[in-house]
Design a protein around this ligand. Sequence first.
Ligand SMILES: Nc1ncnc2c1ncn2[C@@H]1O[C@H](COP(=O)(O)OP(=O)(O)O)[C@@H](O)[C@H]1O
Ligand SMILES: [Mg+2]
Length: 440
Amino acid sequence: MICANNIALAYGKQVLFKDVNIMFKPGNCYGLIGANGAGKSTFLKILAKEIEPDAGDISVGPKERIAVLRQDHFAFDTHRVLDTVIMGHEKLYSIMAEREALYAKPDFSNEDGLRSGELEIEFEEMNGYDAESEAAVLLKNLGISENLHGRKMKELEGGEKVRVLLAQALFGNPDVLLLDEPTNNLDILSIAWLEDFLFRFKNTVIVVSQERPCGNIILEVEGLSKTIDGEKLLDNVSFTVNKKDKIAFMGNNSLAKTTLFQIIAGEMEPDNGSYRWGTTISHSYFPKEHQGYFNRNLNLIEWLLQFAPPKEGESFARTFLGRMLFSGEDALKTTDVLSGGEKVRCMLSRMMLAQSNALILDEPTNHLDLESITALNNSLIDFPEVVLFTSHDHEFVNTVVNRVIELTPTGIIDRLMTFEAYVESAEVAKTRELLVKKAA
Ligand SMILES: Nc1ncnc2c1ncn2[C@@H]1O[C@H](COP(=O)(O)OP(=O)(O)O)[C@@H](O)[C@H]1O
Ligand SMILES: [Mg+2]
């Protein structure tokens, strides 16, 4: 955890910060955005304690280490590539350097012996013996081949230097990682690698970026398989959901789609494979079967308040019920008298209240009358984040989606296009035919 407390800084008359209080929590990835000259780089330097603010201070959890992606591409010119990476962990590097200097001494005194004993203990505690191999792995992942590891930094090209400096920042798994426009001068492959790295990174990231802070990845599904009662429903299903995707899941087998949703909603374990939600994503799930939510007999306001923050009351509940067309007297109906469509509308009110940024909806249009479908349709069109859903209502699907994923027994078809275009695509039809043949 890293906290800025009452930070103020001005350069002459230019006030950059005043009374800045902010807490960055572990496991989160923060994007710092703002116009040129707004003070993003300066703020990062204050967090890294490279610049003293005029007032206030930065507090960091005990034993937490902050690492910074350096932007000065010449600062390490006289150092070897591998050493430059290890220098990312300043303490370890200084111990390493002192240790080597001691061992190189021709006149090794008793005192030196004691000191080297101390250093040895610290060196081991910091995994010093693995440092070189860990640095080499990082470099390799970033596409810096082994023959460059022993070269001096000044011998590298610009793009290579950026990647070495990135490896330096990532070295030794810091608790807080500060990145100032890390994608500048990076090629597409390294950007993809970095996005994926930040996506998986468990600690705090604070990144200044014009685009794609914290990676675009919302959900990553890898090799999911599931067989239920002898029927293989999912076979090695992989896809990545990106920002603002609205995906319709198609396919003849509705149990396969429901199974996939249950798995990514965390309600069922897959036989094989894995999935991972982005660290800033909260998802909510509308299951096809939801009778279990209505076992207690309550009026709709009481029912909905079960899912609301404790401080909220009737007017809060009415706002969300109103969006799903329960107004006035309707909100006092009791759950035992609800029709199927009304239950669906209750469930949708509950989802909206959760304020998630990813919605998973399994056949939400079933049981709904036209007016309710329109209300739901409009709210999904307006929803600024991610929607994953299934529906038999083609008009509904067509107005919402930008992407279609079709599940077949022998693989998926995944296309970034409207539903209409998907249905009419000759290429998709051909792909489907090939998949069917594969099954036979
Ligand atoms: N040492 C300094 N002395 C005077 N002005 C500075 C100094 N460092 C930065 N500035 C000014 O502070 C503002 C913020 O700079 P910076 O943090 O680099 O912006 P950015 O948001 O683009 O990263 C700029 O107007 C810059 O010129
Ligand atoms: Mg800057």
